[in-house]
Ligand binder design. Structure first.
Ligand SMILES: Cc1cc2nc3c(=O)[nH]c(=O)nc-3n(C[C@H](O)[C@H](O)[C@H](O)COP(=O)(O)OP(=O)(O)OC[C@H]3O[C@@H](n4cnc5c(N)ncnc54)[C@H](O)[C@@H]3O)c2cc1C
Length: 570
């Protein structure tokens, strides 16, 4: 059986940063498990940049301003102690990865360049053209290899294995052979990314963002925190949902409706297109709903116009965006405005982290980081550029936490729980592959996405979400008898998708439960039947915990230190 001191699940920025930290310590065996090639992830898709107060573009910028912007951006649902820690660490994290080799774009003085991003009071977003995540990820990968991290590629986490004494390791599907394998570890870091694929084609996320780690932790009785908090990015391509980075607005892009109005003047007269994502998404959807968009139904859109930036700036600062618009929308932004509409972008909720300095959870030896985790610094709405900073800061913390734990751990876990879990999953997958009939995985997945987009999307109402809850339950029942459609073992991607769908259904059920019971509007959670924020009753985190087969709801107060909740205006 493969055995590690520290096993990291997920090779996005959070997982790589955690593995690097544990590997660089020396003397520990560190494994990094990923269900795709290590450099394929949401991190690799991140275009716009990473936030930290360097003061290069604006010497008056301060950590306090970053803290306040993040607290306000979160609509006061972020925990202020964690936010203060995060903002205090972000600049050092950026300098550190600059040192590791990330080729940041530079200003005229040769310093790391910084630009404006939505919801921020100073230009503090560092970038590498519009390929920031890609270069961070590749730099992390090189460093992980250099520090002896063992890559376990094409292995899909299925479940955690826990016995009476604690965490023993994980079981995974070895996609190369179709077998279920146990992997023993003293400490496990879950860094499997978000759950955007709940909305399937209406997301900017990669195909890997299927809530696998969140669901595995949930099944191990770790709560999901704030699962209802799902961010919609305002500028996904109209046809595919593919992201037109916030950099396109940060560099000065305008949004127009069908009357040729820069309609953001109605919603955020000061910040205009640079208001936070939730506000801009809601504004676009309102324009479309009120007949001021182009096209109809799911194909409706508004326009993102970059033409006034000029050819040179578009080619220098936004080359990737231009390529995507040309390839997927057949529009060259140098010559014509780009059809866009909102798309699910980020999962603020996730595995309940109870110690932000270590990434620790309620289960000893289990750590979580990145989009899979909820610390919570993003609260009800994440600011652009804060996620890449999050995965560098808290990825490192989780690496330290897991390495410390593994070094202090003298217990040698037995194999019993691991072997039992392995047998359980072998039987489950064999039965699913043997089923002849039953609904297809893709059919359940598409109906889940439709229900989530139409009833638990940008605008939410109690009655519609109750309908969504019933649909999700119905789909979960169908899932129990669904057909994988391919009984081969080697690189059976249908089997991978089958496992992923089970995880998406679990996450969706938790998200709908949290959303129905949060009878207020806050950040991305916009209830048309409860339009006001309600700090008296809802200045608290949702926790959804699995008890037997039941999804149980509880709450935990938000940590408020310096900034008392105030109305959020831009
Ligand atoms: C298009 C796009 C653009 C973005 N732009 C920005 C930006 O400019 N600035 C910013 O701050 N944020 C941005 N974000 C958000 C940010 O990129 C992500 O939130 C962040 O990179 C998530 O990192 P992560 O390491 O937590 O997860 P990911 O990068 O998603 O990595 C998750 C990893 O887990 C693996 N995995 C998943 N399930 C399993 C399993 N069952 N078993 C094994 N491995 C598994 C995946 O294969 C992957 O390697 C963007 C996101 C997208 C989608």
């Amino acid at each position: 059986m493969q055995t590690f001191d520290v096993l990291v699940i997920g090779s996005g920025g959070a997982g790589m940063r955690a593995a690097l930290e544990a590997g660089a310590r020396g003397g520990l065996s560190v494994g990094l498990m990923t269900k795709m090639f290590p450099t394929r992830s949401a991190t690799g898709m991140a275009q716009g940049g990473i936030n930290g107060v360097l003061g290069n573009a604006d010497p008056t910028d301060t950590v306090d301003k970053h803290i306040f912007d993040t607290v306000k951006g979160s609509d006061y649902l972020g925990d202020q102690d964690a936010i203060a820690f995060f903002c205090g660490q972000a600049a050092a994290a950026i300098r550190e990865i600059d040192y590791y080799g990330v080729p940041f774009s530079r200003d005229a003085k040769g310093q790391i360049a910084q630009r404006n991003f939505g919801g921020q009071s100073a230009p503090r977003t560092c970038f590498s053209a519009d390929k920031t995540g890609h270069v961070i990820l590749h730099t992390m990968y090189e460093q992980c290899l250099k520090h002896g991290v063992k890559m376990l590629t094409d292995r899909q986490l299925l479940d955690l294995a826990v016995d009476g004494d604690g965490l023993c390791g994980v079981v995974a599907l070895d996609i190369r052979t179709g077998t279920v394998v146990p992997v023993k570890a003293k400490a496990v870091v879950v860094a499997t990314g978000g759950a955007g694929r709940m909305y399937w084609s209406r997301t900017t996320n990669p195909f890997t963002s299927t809530a696998d780690g969140m669901a595995a932790c949930f099944r191990a009785s770790i709560p999901l925190k704030d699962p209802e908090m799902v961010q919609f990015h305002p500028t996904g391509l109209a046809g595919t949902g593919i992201l037109m980075s916030e950099a396109s607005r940060a560099e000065g892009g305008y949004l127009y409706n069908n009357a040729g109005e820069r309609f953001m003047a109605r919603y955020a007269p000061e910040k205009m297109e640079l208001a936070t994502r939730d506000l801009v998404s809601q504004a676009i959807e309102t324009e479309i709903r009120e007949g001021r968009g182009f096209g109809e139904g799911m194909n409706a859109y508004v326009l993102l116009d970059l033409r006034h930036l000029g050819r040179e700036k578009i080619l220098e600062r936004l080359p990737g965006i231009r390529d995507l618009a040309i390839t997927f929308e057949q529009v060259d932004p140098i010559e014509a405005p780009i059809p866009i509409r909102p798309s699910c972008h980020y999962t603020m909720g996730g595995v309940d982290v109870t110690n932000f300095r270590t990434g620790g959870t309620a289960l000893a030896g289990l750590f979580a980081a990145g989009e899979a985790a909820c610390v919570s610094i993003h609260g009800a709405n994440r600011l652009g550029g804060n996620s890449l900073a999050d995965i560098m800061v808290f990825g490192k913390c989780a690496g330290v936490g897991a390495a410390d734990y593994a070094q202090a751990q003298s217990r040698e876990a037995g194999d019993g729980a691991l072997m039992a879990k392995t047998a359980e999953w072998e039987a489950r997958l064999a039965a699913a592959m043997a089923r002849g009939g039953g609904p297809a995985v893709a059919s359940i997945r598409d109906r889940l996405a439709e229900a989530m987009w139409n009833k638990v999307g940008i605008f939410r109402r109690g009655a519609e979400m109750e309908e969504a809850a019933a649909i999700v339950d119905g789909l979960a029942a169908e899932y129990e008898r669904c057909a994988v459609g391919d009984d081969s073992r080697v690189f059976n991607t249908a089997l991978v998708n089958y496992v992923e769908l089970g995880n998406l259904l679990a996450m969706a059920k938790a998200a709908v439960l949290g959303a129905i019971n949060r009878t207020e509007s806050r950040g991305c959670h916009l209830r048309e039947d409860y339009p006001a924020r309600d700090d008296v009753n809802f200045l608290k985190h949702t926790l959804v915990t699995l008890a037997g087969a039941q999804y149980e709801l509880s709450y935990r107060p938000v940590v408020v230190t310096e900034h008392q909740p105030a109305e959020r205006r831009y």
